[in-house]
Design a protein around this ligand. Structure first.
Ligand SMILES: Cc1cc2nc3c(=O)[nH]c(=O)nc-3n(C[C@H](O)[C@H](O)[C@H](O)COP(=O)(O)O)c2cc1C
Length: 194
């Protein structure tokens, strides 16, 4: 059987908790036999989508800032781990800019049928009434639904405010690892089932 390919996307502007969780999930995916890579949005210098929608006809973006190459990488994998810090109960601004720039993949439906695990982290405790971290996941789920990406599950990281706080939460990192494994097993099952 061919190796599954998974890309992790870490949507924080800092080297923080999101990245730790995404890396843990990729470790699980690797253990399950996948080829993995990570995109750190904090390292990219992306223009914001200007809404011209030329990409609907051209299949690529007129900005020459590396996103066309990244989109080809995204189109070439089987699944994603998408990680975001909770920001006002939403996905981060960085991740939103990145996801908007995947629009050249929309009309040809190049993301359709791929699968994703979603990760979100925040400072709130698990029993927070408003559930802002879960709401942040929901905002990423909306993107996946529009793009035709099937979401196989989510992991929420609580009580993490400073960089590295999440490393104290062994159970959460274990859950991320399990999510990565589950994603790969799911994709393998799909391939076997036709
Ligand atoms: C502008 C802003 C908004 C935030 N909104 C939330 C929120 O809605 N819920 C929450 O639990 N934490 C919230 N936080 C806290 C971050 O999610 C938290 O610090 C998290 O660990 C950041 O992840 P990172 O280390 O990957 O950047 C917010 C932080 C900032 C700066």
């Amino acid at each position: 059987m061919r190796k599954m390919k998974i890309i992790g996307i870490a949507g924080s502007p800092r080297k923080g908790n999101t990245e730790v969780m995404v890396r843990a999930a990729l470790e699980g995916a690797k253990e399950a036999g996948a080829k993995t890579e990570i995109i750190l949005i904090r390292e990219l210098k992306l223009e914001m989508c200007d809404g011209c929608l030329q990409c609907d006809e051209m299949g690529k973006c007129h900005f020459d800032d590396g996103m066309n190459e990244i989109n080809e990488r995204l189109a070439g994998v089987d699944g994603f781990i998408i990680g975001t810090p909770a920001r006002w109960s939403l996905l981060s601004g960085n991740l939103k800019v990145f996801l908007d720039r995947t629009n050249p993949l929309a009309v040809p439906e190049r993301l359709k049928g791929k699968e994703a695990g979603i990760i979100a982290v925040g400072q709130s405790p698990e029993d927070e009434e408003e559930q802002s971290i879960k709401k942040a996941v929901d905002s990423v789920k909306n993107y996946c639904s529009n793009a035709g990406i099937d979401v196989i599950g989510m992991v929420l990281g609580f009580n993490a405010i400073n960089e590295g706080d999440i490393e104290k939460n062994v159970k959460t990192l274990e859950d991320c690892k399990k999510q990565g494994k589950k994603l790969v097993e799911h994709l393998k099952g799909k391939t076997c089932g036709g």
